[in-house]
Ligand binder design. Structure first.
Ligand code: ATP
Ligand code: MG
Length: 321
């Protein structure tokens, strides 16, 4: 069973990406699981090429540094030829109406001028990501489940119309992990593409900056910390971060700290301590471009080989090769 997960290099990877996803991939992932950096998906809205390339490298270094086996990691654009060809085949399997029904397209395109065509077609590229690798499970949140349904429908339709090539994938719920909120605005989740980064702890932030961001975290006017996610999201978020870093429960952590100051110092220590080895290893990799490049090439060769027979069969069956 192949499980495929991706991360889009739409910004610097942040604490939520690590505690909620990457760390679990490294610890709980199976040996057939695959992880990719979805840089082609970061081009569907205005983007800066140099910055995208740098974020892609940084994200690759973070995944490797986190302990995910390098042979399970690849960069999407290294398979641009294969994915481009398969996307075309799948676009010829998909109706316009099906693509236009995607809720995320309507949300993101809504009323804007100059919407890129790729914003409409990217779910088909996502189907190609999934079907090329023969993934049977795709852990995604609510916002992406419609896209996995599309991949499922396209796989079925292709198999029925032209011949059995593709594994029919299913969306699975990702393991419920820490859900980290923005420190400055706890009504939002922490995001690498947030416009204001004051409340976002990036994985490569200097320890002093991490501490400053945590000390400035928005809490509330109550006398002392308590765990109440609905009513007191700011302080509860800090308790959850502490819990994710130390293994104690948020309720026990709340009982341990009588002031916001003491709690924030504990959270800062825990986050800095948790990120230190990851940060050091990531910086090491980024400082050794030839090693990172070697890992990247090996990953992309393996990922391309894994999908080659499916692509060739699909092209042949549809009448192209
Ligand atoms: P973007 O703002 O571009 O959507 P993001 O920070 O939300 O970026 P994604 O690339 O969408 O990151 O998601 C990568 C992985 O990180 C997913 O598995 C997602 O569930 C997880 N993730 C993202 N943000 C958080 C968060 N704040 N807490 C826990 N997990 C998160
Ligand atoms: Mg996101």
């Amino acid at each position: 069973m192949v499980r495929l997960s991706g991360i889009t290099p739409s910004g610097h990877p942040q604490l939520g990406n690590y505690l909620g996803a990457v760390r679990r991939w490294a610890v709980e992932g199976g040996e057939d699981d695959l992880y990719f950096i979805a840089d082609l998906h970061a081009m569907t809205t205005t983007h800066n090429p140099g910055r995208l390339r740098a974020r892609t490298n940084e994200t690759l270094a973070v995944l490797i540094a986190s302990g995910i086996p390098p042979e399970q990691v690849f960069v999407q654009s290294d398979l641009a030829r294969e994915l481009g060809a398969l996307t075309w085949v799948l676009e010829c399997t998909c109706s316009y109406g099906e693509a236009a029904r995607m809720i995320q397209f309507k949300e993101k395109a809504g009323g804007q001028a100059g919407v890129r065509l790729s914003l409409l077609t990217y779910p088909v590229l996502m189907a190609a990501d999934i079907l090329l690798q023969g993934a049977s499970e795709v852990p995604v949140g609510e916002d992406q489940s419609q896209h996995v349904e599309l991949a499922r429908a396209l796989a079925r339709r292709f198999n029925q119309t032209y011949g059995e090539v593709f594994t029919v994938p299913a969306a699975v719920l990702p393991p419920t992990g820490a859900r980290v909120r923005d420190l400055a605005d706890p009504s939002r989740k922490m995001s690498k593409s947030a416009r204001d980064s004051a409340g976002v702890v990036f994985l490569l932030d200097e320890p002093d900056l991490v501490r400053r961001k945590i000390r400035r975290a928005v809490t509330d006017g109550q006398a002392k910390p308590a765990y109440a996610p609905e009513d007191r999201p700011g302080v509860s978020n800090l308790l959850e971060i502490l819990a994710a870093c130390t293994g104690v429960s948020p309720v026990d952590a709340a009982a341990e700290y009588g002031t916001y100051g003491a709690l924030k110092e504990a959270v800062a220590d825990a986050v800095v301590g948790t990120l230190r080895p990851l940060r050091e290893r990531t910086m090491e990799l980024l400082g050794d471009p030839s090693e990172l490049d070697r890992v990247r090439k090996a990953g992309s060769v393996r990922a391309a080989e894994r999908g080659e027979h499916r692509l060739q069969s699909a092209l042949r069956l549809i009448g192209a090769a």
